[in-house]
Design a binder for this molecule. Structure first.
Ligand code: ADP
Ligand code: MG
Length: 373
């Protein structure tokens, strides 16, 4: 069992030398279920590692409580918390073979020899390392070394696994394959895992739920599809998804009896009539500054009846991805990206009309940056 409960957690790094004190984690609350795969994601410096290290007991907390299995662990040493951590820089002992590397922690804890044997052999089998247990780390690939680091965590049979950007040092291909190995490991062990990454693709593909952080605060906690389709604020909207959501700043106005979105621009403003549920949301914000958000896949190259709104645009750049093409379009004040399901090639400078699926649009309050429902 390994639920983790975090309440009003704060971290203030004290001033040191010329560096002033720094408030790195600002009163976060987070409930992680037993067996859940929770990802902490956010840009570099937002407090992910600090949070994870406080859960591990490697960093003092400045305020709040952390509980594992409903008992507070604030004052417990790392070794007594029932956690095991895998870092980005997993230092293996170069003079020890893989078996010894994985067994080392257990031996320190005076685990009986047969038990050490059983646990290391089990972990090696799960990770596909059985054949190479007598090798030294120098004779391993980056991916194999990373698996040994995971193995060292598995043999401890923790209640909670903590991962801090464990794949960052691997090349792109190895990262993708280790990503699915860790996901498989989770479905096999069904142990709680808390996984830190700055990579939103890693977060989306691995997490049961994702906690998006920014500047020491939580911006939203949700499952991947909810984050993608119902972002609570502009930060989440722009952080999750690639290419990112198009965001147009402007104002809701009434023109000749109809509600319209008018982009804030000196000239060439995007101007779109609003209908249906979007118009209802917009109406409450008549005259206010808003941000209209539309994902690249909600822009089509052909009309779909009354469901789409035409918009004139000029091609700035197009990226042929295979089954689809990302087209960067100059329209209004800025550039809008459309992900079109076509293999057609677009010429730079080409004029065309694209069709916006505004029923899929998001509306945000420009000042508070919160979604308008
Ligand atoms: P992340 O893992 O999300 O990239 P960190 O948790 O490592 O971010 O750091 C959060 C913020 O706290 C950063 O601005 C970082 O510079 C600062 N920080 C981290 N460790 C220390 C420290 N030991 N002393 C002072 N500031 C620190
Ligand atoms: Mg970090």
């Amino acid at each position: 069992m390994g639920s983790v409960s975090i309440q009003s957690l704060d971290k203030i790094y004290p001033a040191a030398g010329k560096n002033p004190a720094f408030h790195a984690v600002k009163g976060i609350d987070l409930e992680i279920q037993d067996g859940e795969f929770m990802v902490l994601v956010g840009p570099s410096g937002c407090g992910k590692s600090t949070t994870l290290r406080m859960i591990a007991g490697l960093e003092d907390i400045s305020g709040g409580t952390i509980s594992i299995d409903r008992s507070t662990v604030n004052d417990l040493l790392p070794k007594d918390r029932g956690i095991a951590m895998v870092f980005q820089n997993y230092a293996l002992y170069p003079h020890m073979n893989l078996f010894e590397n994985m067994a080392f922690g257990l031996k320190l804890a005076r685990t009986p020899k047969e038990e050490v044997m059983r646990r290391v052999t089990d972990a090696a089998r799960i990770l596909g390392l059985e054949q190479i247990l007598d090798r030294k780390p120098a004779a391993l690939s980056g991916g194999q070394r990373q698996r040994v680091a995971v193995g060292r965590a598995i043999v401890r049979d923790p209640k909670v696994f903590l991962f801090d950007e464990p794949l960052s040092n691997l090349d792109a291909k190895m990262r993708v394959s280790m990503r699915s190995e860790i996901s498989k490991l989770h479905s096999r062990l069904k142990t709680t895992m808390i996984y830190v990454t700055h990579d939103q693709v890693e977060a989306m593909t691995m997490g049961d739920r994702i906690c998006v952080m920014k500047d020491g605060r939580i911006m939203q906690v949700a499952d991947p599809l909810t984050l993608y389709h119902q972002p609570e604020n502009l930060f989440v909207a722009s952080f999750i998804g690639s290419p990112p959501m198009n965001l147009l700043r402007g104002r809701v106005e009434r023109r000749e009896g109809r509600l319209v979105f008018v982009e804030a621009a000196e000239s060439d403003a995007v101007f779109v009539p609003l209908a249906g549920a979007l118009a209802q949301r917009a109406e409450k914000n008549l005259g206010h500054e808003v941000v209209l958000g539309l994902r690249p896949e909600a822009i089509y190259d052909e009309a779909r009846g009354a469901d789409t709104t035409p918009l004139r645009a000029r091609v700035e750049l197009s990226e042929l991805m295979g089954s689809e093409t990302n087209v960067y379009l100059k329209t209004g004040a800025g550039t809008v990206i459309a992900r079109l399901h076509t293999e057609r090639r677009f010429a730079v400078g080409e004029e065309l009309v694209v069709y916006l699926a505004l029923a899929k649009a998001h509306l945000f309050d420009a000042k508070t940056e919160r979604v308008i429902r």
